[in-house]
Design a protein around this ligand. Structure first.
Ligand SMILES: [Mg+2]
Length: 126
């Protein structure tokens, strides 16, 4: 058992911080995958089993918004829960993403319990 988690962020420091927070949260993780933008995330999703996607919004090459749009338009990928991890404060932008199927929004700076609560609830219910 354990979850396969894809962390998408253009900052390797933030990806490492997300990973550490999830490790500290006590969630049962089988493996982490990492991607630096939406394009790399889609490549990973094509090749690996992923239970949940945690994505930043602002990234070069392909943003989190475009990643969410592509996932929503795909039969298989639309079934994988996606969570935004961002400093984004725009309510309209967040609401637009939620309307596209994003399950939750974790604000940076985050705490381990944010991941425990959000990921735990989503994956327990799926
Ligand atoms: Mg970024």
């Amino acid at each position: 058992m354990g979850y396969y988690i894809l962390i998408v962020d253009d900052s390797s420091i933030i990806r490492a911080a997300v990973k550490k927070a999830i490790e500290m949260s006590g969630l049962d993780v089988a493996a982490f995958h990492e991607a630096a933008n939406g394009k790399q995330a889609l490549e990973t999703l094509d090749q690996q089993w992923v239970d949940i996607v945690l994505t930043d919004i602002n990234m070069p090459e392909m943003s989190g918004v475009e990643l969410i749009e592509r996932m929503a338009a795909d039969d298989l990928l639309s079934k994988i829960p996606a969570v935004i991890v961002s400093t984004e404060r725009s309510r309209t932008r967040i609401e637009k993403l939620m309307a596209m199927g994003v399950r939750a929004y974790i604000k940076k700076p985050f705490r381990p319990e944010d991941f425990r609560d959000v990921i735990g609830a989503i994956l327990a219910g799926s």
